[in-house]
Structures are given as C-alpha cells and as structure tokens.
Write a protein that binds this ligand. Structure first.
Ligand code: ZN
Length: 167
C-alpha cells in the first residue's frame, strides 16, 4: 500500500473550533473521543477519508478548498457536521512530520457513497428545473405547510426583501 504525507499537518484545534461551533462541534469531539473514527485514509487529491460511527455509520471526506477547511458526509447535514469534526480531530493525532496515511483506492466504497450523494443533489436540481413557475410556487407552498422551519425561513426572507424595498 502506498503512503503519502499528511496534508493536515498544520491543522490546529483552533482551526477546527473556528470551522464548526456549538453543539455540532461538541458532538464531533465526543464521537472522536469515543473512537468513532475509523479507517482514516488519504485520497489521491490529499483529502481525508474516514468512516465515522455516530448514531449511524457515515462516509466522511474532509479537505481544503482554497485553503479553507470543508467536508462532505453521507449524513443529512452533508457538510460541517459532527462527523467531519470528529475526522478533523482524528487528524490532529497524526504525526505532524509527514506521517503516513494509507491511500484510499479509487474504488473505495466511501468515495462511491459520497459521489452518489452528488448525483442525488443534481437530480433534484434537474427535477426543479423541469417545473414551471406555477408548479414551483405550489411546491414551495406545500413545503411551508408541511415543514414549519421552511415557513419561518420564508417569512424571514420576505420581511428582509420588503424592508430592502423601503430603503
Ligand atoms: Zn455527517
């Protein structure tokens, strides 16, 4: 198995705190402390890949995009979740002097799971694009009826939009 240097060698706990805060960060720390992160490996692009066991098992990838810490995960939150925080903490345990992580193969199951996620997202995109304006309005009104958070968010945005008009 080929081994690569650790691109996360400059990562500090403060960077993780600045990235994800509050209860999500706490939950991530706890998952890490309980040993929930397993099979940490590095992709060809230098991204960290891991399995994270929280309430369910998730495939997680943590990486730098324009030097900013970011992540994708198979959980509902999808990014900057507790699972990603757990992986970031795990990476702090690695030897800072170019330690070695096993390389993830191209057909790694976690990469497949995460790319399926992207496919699902783009299919939703396609579906929305196929709807007419009236159908979109109907869909959004349905969502506001079914999901109180959507209703609240929409009311907020509406008030913002109206207050901008007044200026
Ligand atoms: Zn997650």
């Amino acid at each position: 198995m080929s081994r690569q240097p650790n691109p996360f060698s400059n990562l500090a706990p403060d960077d993780i705190d600045a990235w994800v805060e509050g209860s999500t960060a706490d939950a991530g720390r706890i998952i890490h402390e309980k040993g929930g992160v397993s099979d940490l490996s590095l992709t060809e692009d230098g991204d960290l890949l891991a399995w994270v066991e929280g309430s369910a098992r998730h495939a997680v990838m943590v990486f730098f995009e324009d030097q900013i810490l970011t992540s994708v995960c198979t959980c509902a939150k999808a990014t900057a979740c507790e699972h990603a925080v757990a992986v970031a903490y795990e990476s702090l345990l690695l030897d800072p002097d170019g330690i070695a992580l096993p390389a993830a193969s191209e057909d790694d199951e976690r990469l497949t799971l995460l790319s399926d996620l992207n496919d699902e997202a783009s299919q939703v995109d396609l579906y929305l694009s196929s709807l007419s304006r009236d159908e979109l309005i109907e869909l959004i009104l349905d969502l506001t009826d079914d999901i109180p958070e959507v209703d609240e968010e929409l009311t907020c945005r509406m008030e913002e939009a109206f207050s901008e008009d007044e200026i």
